[in-house]
Design a protein around this ligand. Structure first.
Ligand code: PXP
Length: 239
């Protein structure tokens, strides 16, 4: 079965809207694990718009929760990541003005820095993944940089599916990338904009081993309940 990672950033968004402690991301993370998620993703952004430093400390301390910490290449954030020892790291680009992570990392531009960061995490046995746009060159570069995994940005595919546009070429691109990554012994993950429809489409690609889903799950949970939504995704990924 493919793994389901749940991004709980937006629980912190709701909490922060009131400046209080409710709802608590750690509590939701525990529920997610109880209902069958494989891991929890949190993104400590430089602007701290959702997950805060104390969330990282609390969630990483709970050794029953496999934590995938998304971070940018910022040195201060890197120090926090190293101190809190999450199970997994996903390196993502960050831009202050963006609403969400809008594209993949620029591996060519940041080659040296990313290589150094990955080497540091590899030495600590922390699995690293690189959030990249689906293109073959970045898959080859990810291998060169010694990443263990790549997470393919599925935002474009998701948009095309939602807008009922032709997504054939984008899907082909993703398929080719997963094939190449697998041949290079890079584990493939997928994330961004995934809902039931895109999950079903992407689930057919055998080399995708993990899905990281946030916004849709949190939004849909308000309507139909967190447990139901997780079960529904697990059913899709069990097929
Ligand atoms: N994967 C990565 C690397 C992300 O940055 C995000 C968004 O924070 C997601 C997955 C989840 O995307 P969404 O919230 O659209 O499901």
């Amino acid at each position: 079965m493919k793994r389901l990672g749940i991004n709980i950033d937006h629980v912190a968004t709701i909490r922060n809207a009131r400046g209080s402690s409710h709802p608590d991301p750690l509590t939701l993370a525990k529920h997610a694990m109880k209902f069958g998620a494989s891991s929890i993703t949190i993104h400590l952004r430089e602007d701290r718009r959702h997950i805060r430093d104390y969330d990282v400390v609390k969630i990483c301390k709970n050794k029953k929760i496999p934590v995938n910490l998304e971070i940018s290449l910022n040195n201060d954030i890197l120090k926090i990541a190293l101190k809190n020892k999450p199970n997994f790291i996903c390196l993502v680009p960050e831009n202050r003005k963006e609403i969400t992570t809008e594209g993949g990392l620029n591996l060519t531009k940041n080659k040296k820095k990313i290589k150094k960061i990955i080497s540091t995490f590899n030495k600590k046995n922390i699995r690293t993944s690189l959030f990249i746009d689906p293109n073959l060159n970045d898959i080859k570069l990810s291998k060169e940089l010694s990443a263990k995994c790549v997470e393919l940005h599925t935002g474009k595919l998701s948009d095309l599916v939602k807008e009922k546009k032709n997504y054939f070429f984008e899907l082909e691109k993703i398929k080719k990338c997963t094939k190449l990554a697998n041949s290079l012994d890079l584990e493939v993950h997928a994330g961004h904009g995934i809902d039931y429809k895109t999950a079903k489409i992407l689930n057919k690609i055998k080399y995708i081993k993990e899905f990281n889903i946030g916004h849709f799950i949190i939004g849909e949970s308000i309507l139909y309940g967190f447990k139901n939504i997780i079960k529904k995704f697990i059913k899709i990924f069990n097929n």
